[in-house]
Ligand binder design. Structure first.
Ligand code: GLC
Length: 559
């Protein structure tokens, strides 16, 4: 049963991810902006979410879509001004929506004043100590200092030309070369991020999503990977996770304890959500211990194939590991880094996690099936205990755009992988709002600039305008589910109780008086005795059973 009204809002919040570049373009330059978000606040409030998480809106050269920040305490001119940001915060609060921003502490932009100063100051300088500069290996230091790899492909090191023009030191970048890693052992780095948190908290920001929260601390001496995976590698819960030189190191938690104290120092305490891709659910739960972060994205749910056993196992282990530390789980189906769920679920489901668009591309896609399953998955997600994230466009049933022309691709993955991986642009295509052809209301009427990524010409049926009021649309399903979620005391924070269900189906109860049945099999599943449907992701069968790839919310007399 839902905890008492004193339960903090974030324990059961549904948070809508606004990928600002692609949400709504207010000024007609083809790029989303703050004016666009402001104009769509009524839509967001009407959808029934509790809060927004806005991807980075700070000044940035956009080498990685804003995750290369050149000034943490300002707003990118292409997105608006600080005044616009303050107005948005005020208006969102008036509309009953809290606002989380996205903080990027692992790396800055190479255009940040600190990095420019470091380049100019030369080897051995104080300024270089805020980053991870090292001499190269081999003759003349011509080789990178170690064997670490960039997540986007290629070595994680770039060599600089020193002020005298000669080839010099190397600096670490776990992501693109334009994203130099900061050295978190440096007290100024810590102090500056504290100032950034306060700067935004003082302006009314309700919390932060922490970008790559698991990477801030590196092993002293920066030892080679020596065969360890360059990317986090999921493994069975409970298995020993050998220490990694730069992912998920134990020392990182001390930073978050300090951040928690800072957030708690506000009268209306502020919250954090960790983006931490770690190896096991137990490792993830460490980030949400009572004196650390409030919540963490549950990427195991994103990774889970549409298979009953896999879904149930993920739910069970998530629930138990979070319960052990007293934190609410979160449920996530997609975000700006993974393939949209319509496109994941519209493929044959294999046991290997396939959340990366590049791993799906060559497999046959059935959009109707993917949409059907995505509808059922939405009801599953919103019925589970804890909080949930909705990535913009998910509520419209947008598929991944898999045929973007090569010349349109902007994800640094494309270039860094030497054109072998196309990257994440397919889930970042601007939202279709209205009309029958691009830009589908994304930019104001009569705008000459095209959206920064081209929208498919056949999205007319997927616009907000087209789906609005259509009882069969994904938008109507989300709106109805979110409304019921607010009304039903059983939903949100709390626990669940599994009910008996045939193979291939999930059924659970939540008190008082609620049950959810998710049919992941080919056979219809009859409703539990004494229950009646409140909402279903698709029509029930003629006998009133839940058909294949369908979910239903039920009122039960029990509990
Ligand atoms: C996170 C972001 C991703 C970004 C990366 C580097 O994973 O979600 O979009 O590219 O961090 O900042």
């Amino acid at each position: 049963m839902t905890a008492d009204p004193g339960t903090p809002w974030w324990r059961s919040a549904v948070i809508y991810q606004v990928y600002i570049r692609s949400f709504a373009d207010g000024n007609g330059d083809g790029l989303g902006d703050i004016a666009g978000i402001r104009s769509r606040l009524p839509y967001l409030a009407g959808l029934g979410v509790d809060a927004l998480w806005i991807n980075p809106w700070y000044p940035s050269p956009m080498a990685d879509a804003g995750y290369d920040v050149s000034d943490y305490r300002n707003v990118e001119a292409r997105f608006g001004t600080l005044e616009d940001a303050e107005a948005l915060l005020a208006e969102a609060h008036t509309a009953g929506l809290r606002v989380l921003l996205d903080i990027v502490p692992n790396h800055s932009s190479d255009q940040h004043a600190w990095f420019r100063e470091a380049l100019a100051a030369g080897p051995g300088s104080e300024a270089r100590r805020r980053y991870l500069f090292r001499p190269g290996r081999g003759a003349g230091g011509a080789l990178p200092p170690n064997d670490w790899q960039s997540v986007f492909g290629g070595p994680a090191w770039t060599r600089v030309s020193e002020p005298d023009g000669r080839p010099g030191e190397w600096y670490l970048h776990l992501f693109a070369p334009e994203q130099p890693d900061l050295d978190w052992t440096h007290p100024e780095v810590r102090a500056d991020f504290d100032s950034t948190l306060r700067f935004w908290f003082d302006r009314g920001v309700d919390g932060f999503r922490i970008d790559v929260a698991h990477s801030l601390v590196k092993e002293e001496g920066l030892p080679d990977l020596d065969g360890r995976s360059p990317v986090p590698s999921p493994r069975p819960n409970g298995s020993a996770v050998p220490p990694h030189p730069h992912w998920d190191r134990d020392e990182v938690h001390e930073i978050y304890r300090a951040w928690r104290r800072l957030a708690d120092s506000y009268a209306d305490p502020r919250v954090f959500v960790a983006e931490a891709w770690v190896d096991t659910p137990e490792r993830l739960a460490r980030y949400v211990r009572p004196d650390e972060l409030h919540t963490a994205f549950n990427f195991d749910f994103v990774r889970a194939p549409w298979k009953a056993a896999a879904l149930r196992a993920t739910i069970d282990v998530t629930m138990s590991e979070h319960a052990a530390v007293g934190a609410p789980p979160t449920w996530v189906l997609s975000n700006h880094d993974v393939a949209r769920e319509v496109s994941r679920f519209g493929r044959e489901q294999i046991d290997e996690p396939a959340f990366d668009a590049d791993d799906l591309r060559d497999r046959p896609f059935d959009r109707a099936l993917g949409t059907k399953r995505a509808r059922a998955a939405a009801l599953l997600m919103l019925a589970l205990p804890g909080g949930a994230y909705v990535y913009q466009g998910e509520e419209l049933g947008l598929p991944e755009v898999e045929d973007l022309p090569d010349e349109a691709l902007q994800d640094p993955t494309w270039i860094r992988s030497e054109h072998t991986r196309r990257g994440r642009d397919g889930c970042r295509v601007p939202v279709p709002w209205s009309g029958t052809s691009p830009p589908f209301g994304f930019s104001p009427e009569g705008t000459a600039a095209a959206p920064w990524l081209p929208q498919p010409g056949n999205w007319a049926g997927l616009t907000v305008e087209a789906e609005d009021g259509d009882p069969r649309s994904m938008l109507t399903l989300y709106r109805t589910a979110l409304r019921l979620r607010r009304e039903l005391p059983a939903l949100g924070d709390g626990t669940l109780r599994w009910l008996d269900a045939p193979d291939g189906a999930l059924a659970f109860a939540r008190d008082p008086g609620f049950a959810c049945v998710v049919n992941v099999s080919a056979e219809p599943v009859v409703l539990p005795e004494g229950s009646r449907p409140l909402l279903a992701s698709g029509p029930l069968t003629a006998d009133g059973a839940v058909g294949p790839d369908t979910a239903a919310w039920l009122a039960t007399s029990a509990g």
